[in-house]
Design a protein around this ligand. Structure first.
Ligand code: 4AD
Ligand code: MG
Length: 465
């Protein structure tokens, strides 16, 4: 092999004219190979783009062993001249002069052969599925969206604030937490009344994986002004749905001096920015997913970016549902926690737009939300999306120590003194929300199942790798 700098395939295909007539050096995995006894064509992919680079092997120059080595799944290093392609389907190709084989892949055993595989099958081999076109596209879009999140907030002067993953508090109060312990499960130490003695556990108390970084985020916002978190969260709810994961990533901005309207404005701007960023930077991948899974994808993304979201109080939403004459599986009445079918009716059939639903009954929302003057509803806001349902949940926070203390007492929450200190000392109106990152990726990729937009999904009865 000559010493030539390796070029990512994306760079070669972005500027083919620049490289034509020159020697290129490329490395990647063989997607397919076809041809005859004189010439073989390999589609090479290195993950930098959905597109493959065609490599032409003239069999007068390469041996049978070489040929065997360039089967689907093998990893290779190729040098050769980039030339205009005579075939259909690509404008340029590499006329291979040198081949180095890093790793072969036995065609009898490599599960990702040429034919398209079902997403269900690919879920069973999730350790290899990043090598498929579909998952390559999804994972590149996922990266772009994560980058867009940081760019959006950084450009606005928000600080990235790191909240703990191991915690002693239950933010959402849903009790769906995974316990963290080093106690001997077979024989845990006991207190005098026979309960497990967590004072002897690693942290000297009962600890769990966090369901949300919000409470700690509020500590950051009441010092730094505007912060956001972006990290994994864990929920032990037994929800086997295409919208739930046991481990998912959440972005939680928290802003001092923001009222609910400011919060809604920010949420809408943020989501539109992320989608717009993906449309601008991931068009090859979005086009691929649209072609294979969802032909209306681009139109739907454009539509969301270009149109205002509807803003509607919960009570009016209930009225619309009651008057719709539609038979829902779950009953609709004031006070009910909306089911996905209700949310989707409002968004997909009634308004045909994203909807921000506000002012929910306090009983169905978390303890920290600001109570409205009616004493019945809280300043909550859920952003509901077509195909997804709830993509964002947020609220203005209760800043009155007295009212918050009352909620804490009503619900019998303990160990909240550190949180209540934010209201004791220099309390301010403030707001925030949480965006489920995988639900955003689901929307932008047009995939149907949340398990297909994270590299290694965690859900009930599944914790492989
Ligand atoms: O509505 P949630 O439970 O709100 C909170 O956790 C607040 N502390 C957020 C805040 O105000 N800072 O969750 C927020 C979002 C949901 O709207 C949804 O998009 C996502 O997180 N989410 C899930 N995504 C995947 N799998 C699950 N099991 C999810 N649960 C919530
Ligand atoms: Mg919610």
């Amino acid at each position: 092999m000559k010493t030539i700098k390796t070029t990512p395939i994306a760079a070669v295909l972005r500027e083919p004219d620049k490289f034509t007539g020159r020697e290129v050096d490329v490395k990647g995995w063989v997607r397919t190979r076809r041809g005859n006894k004189n010439v073989q064509f390999v589609a090479l992919n290195d993950g930098s783009t959905i597109k493959n680079l065609q490599i032409v092997f003239d069999l007068t120059r390469f041996s049978d062993d070489d040929l065997k080595a360039i089967a689907t799944g093998a990893s290779i290093h190729v040098q050769g001249e980039l030339v205009a392609s005579q075939g259909k389907g690509q404008s340029v190709e590499v006329q291979a002069s040198e081949l180095e084989v890093y790793g072969t892949a036995d065609p009898e055993k490599y599960p990702l052969q040429k034919k398209g595989h079902s997403l269900e099958f690919l879920r069973e081999i999730a350790h290899l599925r990043p090598r498929t076109n579909t998952f390559g596209a999804v994972l590149r879009i996922r990266h772009a969206l994560a980058f867009a999140v940081h760019k959006f907030f950084n450009d606005k002067g928000f600080y990235y604030f790191h909240t703990p993953l191991i915690t002693a508090s239950d933010c959402e109060g849903a009790g769906a937490m995974f316990q963290v312990t080093t106690l001997d499960m077979e024989n845990p130490p006991r207190t005098e009344d026979g309960k497990v003695d967590y004072s002897q556990d690693f942290f000297g108390r009962h600890a769990s994986l966090t369901v949300s970084g919000q409470l700690e985020g509020e500590l950051g916002a009441t010092a730094l002004g505007c912060i956001y978190t972006f990290g994994p969260t864990f929920r032990a709810e037994n929800s086997n749905t295409p919208r739930h994961l046991s481990e998912f990533w959440m972005i939680e901005p928290e802003m001092a001096f923001y009222e609910i309207e400011d919060n809604m404005d920010l949420a809408e701007e943020f989501i539109k920015y992320c989608i717009g960023y993906a449309l601008e930077h991931c068009s090859d991948d979005i086009d691929f997913l649209a072609e294979h899974f969802d032909k209306d994808l681009k139109e739907r993304l454009d539509f969301v970016v270009r149109n205002d979201f509807v803003r509607l109080p919960y009570s009016e939403g209930i009225k619309i549902l009651e008057e719709s004459g539609k038979k829902f599986e779950f009953p609709v009445y004031w006070g009910v926690d909306l089911a996905s079918e209700h949310e989707r009716f409002l968004v997909e059939e009634h308004f045909r737009k994203p909807v921000i639903l506000t002012d929910y009954p306090k009983e169905i929302k978390a303890f920290y939300m600001k109570l409205n003057d009616d004493g019945k509803t809280v300043r909550a806001m859920d952003v509901l999306f077509p195909k997804i349902g709830e993509i964002i949940g947020g609220s203005q926070r209760e800043e009155s120590l007295e009212k918050l203390q009352q909620r804490v007492d009503e619900l019998g929450l303990s160990g909240m003194e550190w949180y209540l200190d934010t209201r004791r000392f220099g309390s301010v109106p403030h707001s925030g929300f949480g965006l489920g990152f995988e639900r955003l990726v689901l929307f932008v990729t047009g995939m149907q199942n949340i398990r297909d937009v994270i590299p290694f999904p965690r859900y009930p009865n599944n914790c492989e790798y």
